[in-house]
Design a protein around this ligand. Sequence first.
Ligand code: NAP
Length: 248
Amino acid sequence: MTARILVLGGTGEARRLAALLQKRYAVVSSLAGRVSNPALPVGKVRIGGFGGVEGLTVWLRDNDIDAVIDATHPFASTMTASAAEATQRLGLPFVVVRRPPWQPQPGDDWLWVDDIAAVPAVLPGERVFLTTGRTDLAVFADLDAFWFLVRTVDPPRPPLPKRCAVILDRGPYTVDGELALLREHRIDVLVSKNSGGELTAAKLVAARERRLPVVMVRRPPLPPVETVASEQEAVHWLRDVIPDSGAA
Ligand code: NAP
């Protein structure tokens, strides 16, 4: 019988993984439903939360899932924790796909913080390019001394920083495009989550070229689970845990 695989998605890795697995497995991809017009993977897709660990446990059982691959964004830590717990309860194979984090290069001036809440205390300049998404903007709402260029995929909901401009865009971005933004808005400092990957890395190259500091938010810690660094490695992992159906 064809093995049934849940891919927790919302990333390019998850979309590529669904495409790699679809010939040999019955794959369901799951999206959080955070953006209004998401890039969809091939095959079956479900959208929206499961209802915590309990809801996910029930869903996995009801849908006869044989293995779970978590290819969510590195900052989607609640989802990953739920999936680790639910799969452990059910004794299901579980792996997390985590692209390598960005590392500072020669010439970079990165200030590391553990979470978004810690960013305001270390901001080294007045005009800030904020690329951390639309969910944590309340942290910056009362900072009168700063001006923010906020870039999000969908329009952010209040509270927003008092002094800000919002641009709606979705990667991939180019170094030239990022340099133009930094120049046009006279940016002093870039704020980024350490998402890793190529899609949004141009801003780091642009900051380096303009010798701007970057406030870099560290990734939340992973629970003690098996991890792989790419979708190809996840395919190999799946071959090992479900040896009867080799992926294409
Ligand atoms: P989260 O805090 O881990 O997830 C919150 C809840 O959303 C989860 O508990 C789960 O709800 C639901 N959820 C998350 N991912 C899901 C998936 N793939 N399928 C079904 N339900 C899912 O993650 P987040 O709120 O989505 O994002 C946290 C940070 O990651 C944000 O700051 C954002 O910038 C960044 N990020 C996330 C995504 C993404 O696609 N999720 C993409 C880019 C960036 P239940 O508990 O009800 O199951």
